[in-house]
Design a binder for this molecule. Structure first.
Ligand code: UDP
Length: 362
């Protein structure tokens, strides 16, 4: 039987425009999802903060740019902070735009990790769904998601079990993983390259632990990503011998993966319950083994002993040992695992099935 074509509105993160890097992994998740949904024959409109861009591969998607003040990310607020929506905030405007056009669509999928769209859900007649992109970094958000699960559980989906375990959900969580267009990532077989680290440079990402590993063996750590917290970045740089960190900046996926693939090992050091950890899968897609703390998403993405090594959270000595035995990992296994577990098309299929089955059971 031919599947029904869906017309879907996606709401982007209100933290920054797509392409800025400020929205973290959500930006790439959106692009992969749009590509996948389009390839499956669906129609997609993305409502996103002004300045957003989509790659050519998403050209069949409609993009609506919305002006307005961006939100402060929840992970950079106090756990007990109240909800703050600035005057002329882009968040209400994104929702407003999506609701205004919703009658011509089958569903809205919201990727903003924010109170307003979640809170509004029981009061709306449109079919709105939420792909939750973070663990419970705020009590307001935890409470809002817990409450929505009581009455509208099918409207919620998560990337990993670890992430979902932060919430008290009424039923088993809907887990969708994540996806990447693996054609965009090229396998590199070289095993003698440098050590690498990537992510938003901010305290929850634990860059200092990876720098300590590199420094302990007198090597340079290549670092990619948006420097979100400049003081934090500077302090790390000053804590280690000059040249321990080589800042490579925030690169487009094509250039990022090209450089990432040269690494002999990728180090991932989350200090929070990482929802997924795109960079972990992107490294493996290039054939790069990953050494990571067994915390949050990376604990589910890495097959310890096959695609890298998982070590106890915050145990830097174990990280060092794991890096020293990286030659035991076959880079082909990393690439094959990424292909098997995280293609954008499989991810889009899972999202599609979630929406279709939820609509059928509303
Ligand atoms: N990234 C990038 N260019 C860079 C470094 C990182 O595009 O030079 C992207 C990377 O592809 C990933 C995102 O930054 O999608 C980081 O997402 P992740 O899920 O690892 O962490 P988050 O920022 O969401 O906490």
């Amino acid at each position: 039987m031919k599947s029904k074509i869906l017309k879907i509105i996606l709401i982007s993160t209100p933290i920054g425009f797509v392409g800025s890097g400020k929205g973290g992994g959500v930006e790439l998740t959106l692009v992969s999802l749009i590509k996948g949904l389009l390839e499956l024959g669906n129609e997609v409109t993305l409502v996103a903060p002004e300045g957003s861009r989509l790659p050519k591969s998403c050209k069949r998607a409609q993009l609506i740019n919305i002006p307005g003040m961006t939100q402060i990310s929840w992970q950079h607020q106090d756990k007990n902070s109240p909800i703050i929506i600035p005057m002329n905030g882009v968040l209400p405007r994104l929702l407003d735009c999506a609701l205004n056009i919703a009658k011509d669509y089958d569903a809205i999928i919201n990727l903003s990790y924010d109170w307003l769209p979640l809170w509004a859900t029981p009061h709306l007649e449109v079919d709105i769904f939420h792909l939750i992109s973070m663990g419970a970094v705020s009590e307001v958000m935890r409470n809002t998601i817990n409450n929505l699960s009581k009455t509208h559980h099918r409207r919620l989906a998560f990337h990993t079990y670890s992430q979902a375990s932060d919430y008290d959900l009424k039923k088993e969580p809907i887990i969708l993983g994540n996806g990447f267009d693996l054609k965009d990532y090229h396998f590199k077989k070289e095993t003698t390259g440098p050590l690498g680290w990537a992510g938003r440079v901010a305290p929850e990402k634990g860059l200092e632990d990876a720098a300590e590993v590199a420094s302990s063996i007198g090597e340079t750590l290549l670092v990619w990503g948006v420097v979100e917290d400049k003081t934090y970045a500077k302090n790390i740089e000053l804590s280690f011998p000059f040249g321990t960190i080589e800042w490579r900046g925030f690169l487009k996926t094509h250039d990022f993966q090209n450089q990432l693939g040269t690494c002999r090992a990728f180090i991932n050091t989350p200090k929070w319950n990482e929802a997924y950890g795109n960079v972990v899968m992107e490294a493996m897609a290039c054939g790069v083994p990953v050494v990571a703390y067994d915390r949050g998403g990376p604990g589910e993405l890495i097959k310890s002993g096959l695609t890298g090594w998982l070590v106890p959270p915050d145990d830097v000595d174990q990280l060092k040992i794991a890096v020293s035995k990286i030659d035991q990992i076959d880079r082909n296994d990393c690439r094959n695992w990424a292909i098997k577990s995280s293609s954008h098309i499989e991810f889009a299929r899972k999202v599609y099935s979630w929406i279709v089955s939820a609509i059928d059971n509303l």
